[in-house]
Design a protein around this ligand. Structure first.
Ligand code: MOS
Length: 698
């Protein structure tokens, strides 16, 4: 207990559940099959808007093994849920294609699926509209964009500044709907026993799931336990409570037996959210030295008729570059589409694609190096708020990345370098992500024999949360991380916020640090320990409730080298290099994997990922991993992540910023800028597929 951890801070400690995961002993939500367990299969609506007028279940119920069929006619009635997407099987309305309209419950998965296929559903169809356009008649300016950001911010007089600028860029960029598609589909196993509901749910935060279930079922939260012990990714799609938790609990209540429900991959697209498509007009004005005088970023995006969700894509333009005149606007229209939601760096990922592409266009127009252009527009304070930055490492990331990448050897002329049939180019883009933190509680316990235990309802969605929390506790206690047991992933543990907004480590870690520090102080006073050991608890309500006088953001720079096949239009990413300034890095191994994971996702966004929406049927066309193309190993040959350690005292006791999302921010722009450099073609719509590029190459 007195040995100081040898390698902390930042040590590349191996994630503690790694062996359990690779050997298959780690238990996920659908791995449990309690005695007497039934299986549920949802029936998705096959029309894009309307009402269910009749459900005939005779044939479904005749399938051997089918136990029951739930529809809005017989499903348990819910209280108004905290998220309207959870009001499933409550009425006959079909708000979008794929909305769950029935649940077939059976003795086996196969029987449930077969039964679902035998259900006869009749609909009354309403006209519908699933197509986003920048002149859509339903467009309106909401009060807020996602994350509580004001929809509109204006400084100065952008129109005048643009008109008077020596150089202008006016370009419109488009991003398509994207899906998170974590490896583990959304799944839940629910058990009601003695008036207590236990749900094993694949979620990014079971405290919130418990709240949702308590509200929907009108139960005291003390009568609900939600467990998310191991979670196979989420990328935002499990950050809010999803219908599987509600449906499994409903089915378990209805049948009086445990029920397991897994959304099959092809159904996920319509029930777990999507990154909303955007149409983004960016206008930049600059003087001949490349100093910005005007920045205008206008977003058009979609939400559903079920709830308002506004992708906050113009928010990063409020942070990035100095400009005396600025205007950032979000407009949205409610279409008959599934509800959009969070997907890794919601807002930043799409918004920075447009802003950083436009910066590249400005650099071209000025004949100025794109790294230099960004350096010339470094703000003294956060442009939108005027607050000082707690730390701002963008310039350092750009300089360090340029040196590592060999940026300055580049011939700036487009389409100047060819290797056989490959047109070669390089591109750069900045990255940013806000520092977010939420209130958490945690406890620390030292047993009489010296065993140390941390308890907090954190969630490990594949990031290594257990491991880094052990490191944080170990540092506070002055022990080796292996000496600390960490219990997470259940609402029976101290309440904690979700793994989302790149805020998990900061939020949980702060509470863990506080509890462990208090425990260390108590341990110093008590020798020997009392029989039942010592427990300390911590709550960071006060610390995290204070509004910081500082603007707090992580920054980064992405450099890409692409090769474009002059014959087929295929784009290959030869090299991708990211440099980040994200405070103190707490675990070099797991952090690197977060950064490179985000970059890989950025490659998908740039080149292949596209849900497609069929205007005739109103549904997503790419609904499995055979048609929704995510990068594979062959697409990610040379990916490097580096970082600049920042000593930022205005964050939390660990000095850390979030790292889970910034890797995807700007990556698609860096790739698009490299493709432009390689070919001379400036495409302004993602993904950059061969069919869209080829016309420019012939
Ligand atoms: Mo992340 S999209 O905030 O889970």
């Amino acid at each position: 207990m007195t040995t100081r951890a040898p390698q902390f801070p930042g040590a590349p400690v191996v994630r503690r559940e790694a062996r359990d995961k690779v050997t298959g002993t780690a238990r996920y939500a659908a791995d449990l099959a309690p005695a007497g367990c039934l299986y549920a299969w949802t029936v998705p609506a096959t029309v894009a808007a309307g009402r269910v007028t009749a459900v005939r279940a005779v044939d479904a119920l005749a399938v051997p093994g089918v136990h029951s069929v739930l529809t809005h006619d017989n499903a348990p009635e819910l209280q108004e849920p905290d998220d309207p997407i959870l009001a499933v099987l409550q009425d006959d309305r079909v708000p979008h294609h794929g909305w769950p309209i029935a649940l077939v419950i059976a003795e086996s998965l196969e029987a449930a699926r077969t039964g679902a296929g035998e259900l006869h559903v009749e609909y009354e169809r309403d006209p519908y509209d699933v197509t986003l356009t920048d002149d859509h008649p339903g467009l309106y300016t909401p009060e807020e964009a996602n994350g509580g950001h004001p929809a509109v911010r204006v400084r100065g007089d952008v129109e005048r500044a643009l008109a008077g600028a020596s150089v202008q860029v006016d370009a419109t960029y488009r991003t398509v709907a994207l899906h998170n598609h974590p490896m583990e589909p959304h799944a839940a196993t629910a058990v009601w026993a003695d008036g207590h509901l236990t749900v094993h749910d694949s979620s990014q935060g079971s405290s919130r799931v418990r709240e949702s279930l308590a509200r929907a079922f009108g139960l005291d939260p003390d009568r609900i336990t939600v467990v998310s012990e191991h979670v196979g990714g989420g990328f935002g799609s499990k950050g809010t409570t999803r219908p599987q938790a509600v449906l499994a609990a409903m089915a378990a209540r209805h049948t009086g037996r445990p029920v397991k429900m897994v959304f099959p991959r092809p159904q996920l697209a319509e029930v777990v959210g999507h990154r909303a498509p955007t149409i983004q007009r960016v206008r930049l004005g600059a003087d001949l030295d490349g100093v910005l005088t005007a920045v205008s970023h206008e977003i058009v995006t979609q939400t559903s008729t079920v709830k308002e969700f506004v992708e906050q894509a113009a928010v990063p333009a409020r942070v990035m570059y100095a400009s005396p005149h600025s205007r950032t606007v979000h407009r949205v229209t409610a279409l008959d589409v599934p509800s959009p939601s969070w997907m890794r760096a919601p807002g930043e990922a799409s918004g920075m694609y447009a802003l950083e592409s436009a910066m590249d266009e400005l650099a071209s127009a000025l004949g100025l190096d794109p790294v230099e252009l960004r350096l010339r527009n470094e703000p003294e304070t956060e442009p939108d708020s005027g607050r000082p930055f707690s730390s701002r490492g963008l310039a350092a990331c750009l300089r360090d990345g340029a040196a590592r990448f060999g940026w300055h050897d580049r011939d700036p002329r487009p389409a100047a370098r060819q290797e056989g049939r490959w047109l070669m180019g390089t591109g750069v883009a900045s990255a940013t992500y806000p520092v977010l933190v939420s209130r958490s509680t945690a406890s620390a316990h030292a047993a009489r024999d010296g065993a140390l235990r941390i308890a907090v309802n954190a969630t490990d969605i594949g990031t290594g949360a257990r491991t880094v929390l052990a490191q944080i506790a170990a540092e506070a206690l002055g022990v080796d991380p292996e000496a600390v047991r960490v219990d997470i992933g259940s609402t029976d543990l101290p309440v904690a916020p979700l793994a989302g907004g790149s805020s998990g480590t900061a939020s949980w870690g702060w509470a863990v640090h506080k509890a462990a520090t208090a425990l260390a102080a108590r341990l110093a006073e008590h020798r020997p320990l009392p029989a039942d050991g010592i427990t300390t608890t911590a709550d960071t309500e006060e610390e995290t409730g204070e509004e910081s006088p500082y603007a707090r953001h992580a920054f980064g720079a992405h450099f890409a080298e692409t090769a474009v096949d002059a014959v087929t239009g295929e784009v290959r990413v030869r090299r991708l290099l990211g440099v980040y300034a994200a405070g103190r890095i707490l675990n070099a191994r797991t952090a690197r994997s977060q950064f490179t994971g985000g970059m890989v996702m950025g490659i998908g966004m740039a080149l292949t990922e596209d849900c497609g929406i069929d205007p005739d049927f109103g549904d997503f066309t790419a609904r499995d991993l055979a048609s929704y193309h995510v990068p594979v190993c062959a697409d990610t040959a040379d990916i490097q992540a580096h970082w600049i350690e920042e000593d930022d005292r205005h964050l939390n006791p660990m000095g850390s910023k979030g790292i889970g999302e910034i890797g995807i921010v700007g990556t698609a722009a860096a790739i698009g800028n490299a493709v432009r450099h390689a070919t001379g073609a400036r495409l302004r719509e993602l993904p950059l597929t061969p069919d869209t590029l080829l016309p420019y190459l012939l």
